[in-house]
Design a protein around this ligand. Structure first.
Ligand SMILES: [Zn+2]
Length: 434
């Protein structure tokens, strides 16, 4: 690739991260914060200026656009969806982001502005491979928002590259590409307003064309192809006690505060907890408790790569509930579970090329890669469940959801080059050729 993508990509990324877009979990609206619309409006304008057709900022604030095939020869190639989310995690402050560029990382601890916060390479194993690379860090008071503005900037830079008519000698061969920027991924709402019908475009001919494969650009480091996510349920455990004035409570009061505390205490901690598990191990995680004497509620998330085990976790919660009621006769406990998302492995396995071509594209660039699993979910989990196999790809995010977050420009550049190679493979080989 002879076009310089490094400086425009950095300029783009710095511009996007300075627009604070924290998702708000307490909001009922979509998007949950109006600041996300500031960024999606800007992305919409920038895509229109690139001359993309079918470029829409919809009523929910999501941005959709289509890039036609590079030539008639590839017009019938499978359409590829590229997706990133514009919101940032509510778990760390996200407004007034002041990015700082380190041109060449020297391997030493990085002091973040005057905040007193330090990124210590000893506590971030990725950093050993980043010496000499360009990093973007914060001033230590906010997150950076590379999750997922690194993905947004990578897709935008690719769109700019694919629509750059002046640089014919660098022309990347590709089939039709669909672009989608979503809101509120961080609070589990990224795909709330997406349907397969909306993913299809009417702009390329008489018949609507739908993507055959999708990629979320929302991964850490480089060379990782996430092909599995957790399967996820949430559980709401309700305790109904009996309240009465403490003066006359003997033999009559059933205190739901004590019941909820006992329940949480009986949950396993040496296994099946986030604090004691890693890799493919699942867990139950109590994350919220509201308690009064008459009523209490404990909310948990249940996670496992094996969907069937989620039911076993529910049975475990019910058994613990029975133990509590044995000690507190008259107490009522109800365990309700709600589905959140499912492991995308089975859906992705239906289209092996989705991961195969991503691997081939890294190999073509001389970059080692791994198939990886996510101890969480992505918008790709939900898109895959809808019938669109959607692995997740690396875009150079590090230490996400924290004020020590940083992004690596070199890895973002690689992500753009990787997408170009990946699109070439879908254009030339389509489905069924390995
Ligand atoms: Zn993300």
């Amino acid at each position: 690739m002879t076009i310089d993508i490094r400086s425009p990509l950095l300029e783009r990324f710095l511009r996007y991260v300075q627009i604070g877009t924290s998702a708000d979990p307490s909001s009922e609206t979509y998007p949950s914060s109006s600041s996300q619309l500031v960024l999606t409006k800007l992305l919409h304008e920038e895509l229109l200026a690139m001359g993309l057709r079918d470029c829409v900022l919809d009523e929910h604030g999501m941005v959709w656009a289509t890039i036609p095939a590079s030539s008639q020869e590839f017009a019938d190639a499978p359409m590829v969806l590229l997706n990133s989310h514009v919101d940032t995690s509510p778990e760390a402050p996200g407004t007034n982001v002041k990015p700082h560029v380190i041109d060449s990382f020297d391997g030493k601890p990085i002091k973040l502005g005057s905040s007193g916060v330090v990124i210590d390479p000893a506590s971030c194993s990725d950093m050993a491979n980043l010496i000499g690379k360009t990093l973007v860090v914060t001033d230590g008071t906010t997150l950076l928002g590379g999750d997922d503005k690194a993905g947004v900037a990578v897709i935008m830079q690719l769109a700019s590259l694919l629509t750059n008519k002046q640089e014919e000698e660098c022309k990347i061969q590709h089939g039709p590409v669909r672009i989608l920027f979503t809101c509120d991924e961080e609070i589990g709402q990224g795909t709330r307003h997406i349907t397969l019908e909306k993913l299809a475009t009417h702009s390329l001919g008489d018949q609507p064309i739908a993507p055959l494969v999708g990629y979320t650009l929302d991964g850490g480091d480089q060379g990782q192809i996430d092909e599995e996510t957790f399967s996820a349920d949430m559980a709401i455990v309700r305790f109904k006690g009996s309240n009465i004035h403490p003066a006359i409570a003997k033999g009559r009061m059933i205190n739901a505060v004590r019941a909820a505390a006992m329940f949480v205490d009986l949950l396993p901690t040496d296994r099946f907890s986030p604090e004691s598990t890693e890799g493919r191990e699942g867990f139950l995680h109590p994350y919220d408790l509201h308690a009064g004497v008459g009523e209490a509620t404990v909310q948990l998330i249940l996670r496992d790569f094996d969907e069937a085990r989620l039911h076993e976790y529910k049975l475990l919660l019910e058994r613990i509930g029975e133990e509590v009621t044995l000690q507190m006769p008259g107490l009522q406990i109800d365990v309700e579970t709600r589905e959140q998302y499912r492991n995308m492995a089975a859906g992705i396995a239906k289209l092996p090329e989705a991961v195969q071509y991503a691997e081939d594209a890294y190999k073509a660039l001389g970059v080692s890669c791994q198939r990886t699993i996510v101890r969480g979910g992505t918008d790709g989990s939900l898109l895959t469940a809808m019938g669109l196999p959607t692995p997740n790809l690396s875009v150079g995010q590090h230490n996400i959801h924290a004020v020590t977050e940083f992004a690596c420009l070199d890895q973002m550049v690689l992500a753009v080059e990787h997408l170009a190679e990946l699109l070439k493979r879908w254009a030339k080989h389509g489905v069924g050729v390995s």
